[in-house]
Design a protein. Structure first.
Length: 431
């Protein structure tokens, strides 16, 4: 096989044949659009980035969308050690590049190397991680062995070992025990997974059940005195929030509000347009339709007869989320060039979430919240109106809010434990 620009010459012996297979695989995947056309070298363990000085923690996820869920963990780890660098690897190439533009400071993304050839060892020799957090539900034996050869402390979060998987592993019990024995500590998603891992030889003092990692984004700013003042004005009124609405979503959202207002005439809609400059124009349009409007940027405040409060001052999503027990996330009902807001912002405050089908990069987070009853998907203005009517009952809001609170707080426990483990490992290495 010939050489390719930017790739090292093939070495002699068995390693030569293995890397040749890896390069052939890479060529096929790139040709079929299943790999990044300009970053294929990373699948061979070759990085185009110089390793920065200082300690480095490696985190691995299956997909870039999964990695988005764990960026807050990186920020949390940096709170105690600002000098720490991070390598974030993902196994699956996503042409939409959801991570692009979202990486925190001192964090580098690289695609996980193929198992064929020396890619894993090459990656480890280049980045020299001081600790590794494995965030896939199943371990990669080749990666685990490579990390062991390089004496890297290894932690497995989101560890899942369902019964069907352990039944398959029973034919390779010796190898499985060796692989799972490489982990410094394991955080299992549930009691059944922990039980099965014990059957595979994981020691009790290296295993803990804390659920799935679900770290929260940094809290949105909210002026407490302003929140208290506005909350007093809105007391006893049912309120719902539509945040980040694109123009194409304004008509269905307003129509849904009109429908539900026939049943609950005191229902107040707090509307945050996607662009703040849209606020004044939208207020004029709605007033011409007969709505009673209060415009935040004009210094107006919602009164007893206000039907729609347009919150068009930048940076006030946190304040408005505190005022509303129901939040509909815009840029999810109609096609949009921008991603919706992070739903965990609302979930952390115990809001009942509604959203459309176009959830973009935050799709896994919306899906997780839906799976436990903390969020509902709507596809039309009629469905949105029905959900708003359903949530007029306080107990229904409370059920969804409790589910959202449970998933965000339990996931934060995993994050806190991981931070303890990683910082202890870095201390032990003297970095």
């Amino acid at each position: 096989m010939g050489t390719r620009p930017g790739l090292p010459l093939l070495g002699p012996g068995r390693g030569r044949r293995q890397e040749a297979r890896a390069r052939q695989r890479l060529e096929r995947e790139v040709a079929q659009g299943r790999e990044h056309p300009e970053r294929g070298r990373e699948r061979l363990g070759i990085s185009g980035t110089t390793r920065p000085k200082g300690p480095l923690v490696w985190l691995h996820c299956a997909r870039e969308n999964d990695a988005l869920d764990h960026l807050a963990l990186i920020e949390r780890l940096r709170l105690e050690r600002e000098e720490v660098n991070f390598l974030l690897t993902t196994s699956v190439y996503d042409p939409e590049l959801p991570l692009q533009g979202h990486l925190p400071v001192r964090c580098f993304h690289q695609y996980f190397p193929y198992e064929e050839g020396p890619g894993l060892d090459r990656l480890l020799e280049h980045w020299q991680p001081d600790s590794c957090i494995w965030l896939e539900e199943a371990p990669n034996p080749a990666a685990i062995e490579a990390l062991s050869r390089h004496a890297v402390p290894l932690f497995w979060a989101n560890a899942a070992m369902p019964d069907d998987r352990i039944h398959k592993l029973r034919w390779f019990a010796g190898s499985a025990r060796r692989i799972f024995g490489r982990f410094s500590y394991i955080l299992a998603v549930d009691g059944r997974s922990a039980r099965n891992l014990r059957r595979l030889g994981v020691a009790e003092d290296r295993l803990e059940v804390l659920g799935r990692l679900c770290d929260l984004p940094p809290p949105l700013e909210c002026a407490e005195t302003e929140r208290e003042r506005l909350a007093e004005r809105l007391a006893a009124r049912p309120v719902w929030l539509a945040a980040g609405l694109d123009r194409a979503e304004e008509t269905p959202v307003i129509s849904a509000h009109r429908q539900v207002s026939r049943r609950a005439h005191r229902y107040l809609l707090i509307l945050i347009p996607s662009e703040a400059r849209r606020g004044a124009e939208l207020a004029r349009e709605l007033e011409r339709e007969g709505w009673i409007i209060a415009l935040r940027s004009a210094g107006q405040e919602p009164g007893e007869d206000t039907q729609i409060f347009i919150a068009d001052e930048p940076g006030e999503l946190g304040l408005m989320l505190h005022l509303s027990p129901i939040a509909f996330f815009g840029r999810t009902l109609a096609d949009s060039n921008e991603a919706p807001e992070d739903p965990f912002h609302a979930a952390a405050l115990g809001a009942a979430l509604l959203h459309g089908p176009r959830t973009g990069a935050f799709g896994p987070r919306f899906a997780r919240l839906r799976s436990i009853g903390a969020a509902h998907e709507v596809r039309t203005e009629q469905e949105l109106a029905r959900e708003l009517e359903y949530l007029l009952a306080p107990d229904k809001i409370a059920e969804m809010a409790q589910a959202a609170w449970d998933v965000t707080t339990s996931g934060a426990l995993v994050s806190e434990r991981l931070c303890e483990l990683v910082h202890d490992a870095l201390d032990a290495r003297g970095v």
